[in-house]
Design a protein around this ligand. Structure first.
Ligand code: ZN
Ligand code: ZN
Length: 240
């Protein structure tokens, strides 16, 4: 009879008690993918965008073309739409259930999207959108940082974390009634500890999801005030 290790017995028992199921289709995940949260079929089926967007009017920016609203502080790079169930569940898991394992497939989707764009982001530095330190302590991690560092590693670009800080405690953006209220709520929330570090650089702001765009706008504004050359806001999903 083949010998079976204690660790293997533990895995079998855990699988029986808590079968590892795909978040989207609820199919049993193969044992070598036990730490995953979505099956390959569901991840491959996520439709990815193939361009960059104007954050003001959400029009797709033609490659090599001009930005229709040049007064905006950044261009929006959304990997997918929040309407997609797999993306929605992954983001939800990552944010509210401390499932850092959900960050891995999110980072992979974002990387696949970036690699599909006809742009070279080799000179960019990833700056994750920070949480207020109290929020980060209570959650245990900043999902934008977890996603951003993984994605930066896949793309082979540096991460500049800890320089952009969120010093102001804000109410939840989701609780604000309209864009003006969201803009007011987030105004002055961010600042750079060392503004010189962003000067002349191309910055890739990273967040999990954008709704009104007020948070990205405020962070991008600070980057531009520091003298950043270009700001691209990369999000896993856009919810508008
Ligand atoms: Zn699935
Ligand atoms: Zn526009």
């Amino acid at each position: 009879m083949p010998r079976i290790s204690l660790a293997r017995i533990k895995d079998i028992a855990l699988d029986a008690l808590f079968p590892p199921l795909c978040l989207t289709c609820a199919k049993l995940l193969p044992s070598h993918r036990r730490s995953s949260v979505s099956c390959d079929a569901c991840l491959t089926a996520v439709p990815l965008y193939d361009g960059l967007f104007c954050p003001a009017c959400l029009r797709r920016i033609p490659h090599g073309g001009r930005l229709c609203h040049p007064e905006t502080k950044y261009v929006l790079a959304p990997a997918a739409n929040y309407g997609n169930m797999t993306v929605q569940k992954l983001i939800w898991q990552c944010k509210y259930h401390n499932w850092i394992s959900a960050a891995e497939p999110i980072a992979k989707l974002m990387t696949k999207y970036m690699q599909g764009l006809p742009h070279d982001f080799g000179g960019y530095a990833v700056v994750p959108i920070p949480l207020h330190k109290n929020r980060e302590w209570s959650r245990g991690f900043n999902q934008a940082h977890v996603i951003g560092t993984r994605m930066a590693a896949y793309l082979g670009i540096p991460v500049v974390a800890g320089n952009l800080v969120r010093a102001k405690k804000t109410s939840a953006q989701a609780d604000q009634k309209d864009y003006a209220a969201r803009e007011e709520n987030i105004r002055g929330a961010f600042h750079a500890l060392d503004p010189e570090a962003f000067k002349g650089r191309s910055i890739m702001l990273v967040d999990d999801v954008t709704t009104s765009g007020a948070t990205l706008h405020e962070a991008a504004k600070v980057m531009k005030q520091c003298g950043a050359k270009n700001v691209v806001a990369l999000v896993a999903a856009r919810a508008r």
